[in-house]
Design a protein around this ligand. Sequence first.
Ligand SMILES: Nc1ncnc2c1ncn2[C@@H]1O[C@H](COP(=O)(O)OP(=O)(O)OP(=O)(O)O)[C@@H](O)[C@H]1O
Ligand SMILES: [Mg+2]
Length: 306
Amino acid sequence: MHDGSGRVVVQNLTKTFGQVLAVQNLSFTVEPGTVTGFLGPNGAGKTTTLRMLLGLVTPTAGFSTINGQPFHHLGNPGRVVGAVLEAQSFHPGRTARNHLRVYARAVGVPDHRVEEVLHLVGLTDAAGRGPGGFSMGMRQRLALATALLGDPQVLVLDEPANGLDPEGIKWLRTFLQRFARSGRTVLVSSHLLAEIEQTVEQVVIISRGQTMYYGSLDDLRKSQRSRVIVTPSDPAALLKALQEAGYAAIEQLPDGVLAVWDAEARQVGDIALAAQVAIYGLESRHADLEQIFFQLTSGQFAGRPQ
Ligand SMILES: Nc1ncnc2c1ncn2[C@@H]1O[C@H](COP(=O)(O)OP(=O)(O)OP(=O)(O)O)[C@@H](O)[C@H]1O
Ligand SMILES: [Mg+2]
């Protein structure tokens, strides 16, 4: 039997499709209780990894487990893990409610669970209609409702925010955070950090099938160097004073602007005052997360892989 922990483990997972190395020696663990973001640009290997996790693709090497077991050993997997993958298709002739009833039977849950999940995703009013006429966002909600039928301990969602309007994204965020806080595991992929930045606490960032960062979003923010952008009356004099004060990483930007790395605005201001240099502008800059994500995934930045 599985260990019931809700932990998801990916260990040295590798997948090649002919010449394409889609996933390369990928390892990470997703713990219950938080929402983990699985991030990477298009073609990074997110969907392939999730498909391996869900037993839909056979790995070339490595393995993955949910609750300590490979997917195929989970018994009734619908009760353990709910998943929404890309390009979900629905039977064209069925209403949303009937679609869910078919799946409820497969998972082994009673029909009233169908009404519960319809309510959870806000589709009760549309339940008598066919998903063929649904908007993209409504289809995403129906796919999520399907994943929730078995009241699973683990949720795996591939780009669930695609097609959702801002209200839908906000709803999804609240839903996933609440779900995770109840002690369950949420792994949610995206190619846009900004889209899930407010939803996730942990991130696994991959690029070209490899892990670039694995840890908390807060630590990723903190790992970035800060710099102070200063516009002095006399750039040469301030540069000299800063160097004498021990600041080695100083860039000279156009128009007499200096960028001082690893400094605080206050320190730069005090040094300028002591050197009798007037300051016309002073600003602290921290790399925003989108920049960090871009640097990590465009291969220009070695990062801090763990
Ligand atoms: N069935 C397949 N046959 C051949 N190549 C594949 C197959 N599935 C995926 N690939 C390749 O594996 C790589 C990773 O694809 P994958 O779909 O996992 O990326 P992704 O991170 O989900 O991208 P996206 O953000 O576009 O969804 C790509 O180069 C893709 O072309
Ligand atoms: Mg994908």
